[in-house]
Design a protein around this ligand. Structure first.
Ligand SMILES: *[C@@H]1O[C@H](CO)[C@@H](O)[C@H](O)[C@H]1NC(C)=O
Ligand SMILES: *[C@@H]1O[C@H](CO)[C@@H](O)[C@H](O)[C@H]1NC(C)=O
Ligand SMILES: *[C@@H]1O[C@H](CO)[C@@H](O)[C@H](O)[C@H]1NC(C)=O
Length: 291
């Protein structure tokens, strides 16, 4: 067998193993997060007290609307619209030029948002802050939450957790204005996935009249693989959609700030050598300029 044949075979096998792993991930099931009321209400008070004291929201009322939306319905039948009263009770103003959208780049997004400081992601909004990482569902017969088991996220369009995030994502995208940033993962196929929250909800909710530029950043893992880029794969489809809807856009592969942040976490990667050298050279130039 030729070496390229071996390479393709290894690639196919890798994909097959990854597919099996993906299928396997859906097996564990959890019920509603224990102490959900205390967590949600506590996070709400945390937010309006410490994160943004200018907000005047009634955390108990928000909880009541949330509970009403969820517990009187069967576990897999809460529509996004059922949360409307809750969302009405927590409408938040957003500054322009700070919206950060992401797909399959969660860890890097957190590092990036923390380093750059001025980005707003869905997790920075009150609703995102309150419900991050929680699970919930009602019970078919009695009222109350089902703490022993909830359906899988993929079980249906009206999954209570999915519906809340879909509505929250839609609201977030509808409010986006000025320059927005989209952080995508170039180390996976379908970096722009029409089934992701970004591809299925947020993109369609962006308003070309409010958004000046959609600035796409494609980040790959330091060790690769290098599967998609601004000019390769599904990201070209995204650009096509943006163009047809009248958005102005830019797209950058391997943005330097992102590379540096990745390298700081894993400095021994061979690809970090040149990044650090460039950085040192730039810093030296800056020092010279300032002298
Ligand atoms: C890209 O996705 C893979 C698989 O989900 C993940 O392991 C990796 O950290 C992601 N890379 C970046 C740069 O976010
Ligand atoms: C919780 O959900 C599971 C799975 O949907 C169901 O079998 C179980 O009866 C529910 N528990 C209660 C108390 O309704
Ligand atoms: C918005 O993005 C465009 C393109 O990247 C850039 O030229 C412009 O300076 C940005 N404006 C602001 C306010 O950041």
């Amino acid at each position: 067998m030729t070496s390229s044949g071996t390479f393709i075979m290894i690639k196919v096998m890798t994909w097959f193993i990854m597919l099996l792993l993906c299928l396997d991930q859906s097996v564990p099931q959890f019920g509603t997060t224990p102490n959900i009321k205390h967590i949600v209400v506590g996070r709400c008070y945390h937010y309006i007290t410490l994160v943004d004291p200018s907000l005047r929201f009634d955390c108990e009322e928000i909880w009541r609307h949330f509970e009403e939306a969820v517990i009187h319905r069967s576990s897999c039948n809460v529509a996004a619209e059922d949360y409307h009263q809750m969302f009405d009770a927590m409408q938040q103003p957003w500054p322009c030029d700070r919206f950060l959208f992401w797909s399959k780049t969660r860890a890097l997004m957190h590092v990036y948002a923390a380093a750059v400081g001025h980005f707003w992601t869905l997790e920075d909004t009150l609703v995102g802050f309150m419900f991050n990482d929680l699970i919930w569902c009602g019970q078919d017969e009695e009222s109350g939450f089902n703490f022993s088991s909830c359906p899988e996220w993929s079980a249906g369009r009206n999954h209570p957790v999915y519906s809340l995030w879909r509505q929250a994502s839609q609201n977030f995208a509808e409010m986006a204005c000025g320059n927005i940033t989209v952080l995508l993962n170039g180390s996976i196929p379908n970096a722009f996935n029409r089934k992701s929250m970004f591809g299925s909800v947020e993109l369609d909710s962006l308003n070309p009249q409010r958004v000046d530029h959609v600035n796409i950043k494609v980040a790959t893992n330091l060790q690769g693989p290098y599967i998609e880029s601004c000019s390769r794969g599904s990201i070209a489809d995204l650009i096509q959609i943006l163009q047809s809807r009248g958005f102005r856009w830019t797209c950058i592969d391997n943005d330097q700030t992102l590379m540096i942040l990745q390298c700081l976490q894993d400095p021994k990667q061979p690809s970090c050598q040149s990044t650090f050298e460039q950085l040192v050279a730039q810093t030296q130039t800056l020092i010279h300029l300032n002298q």
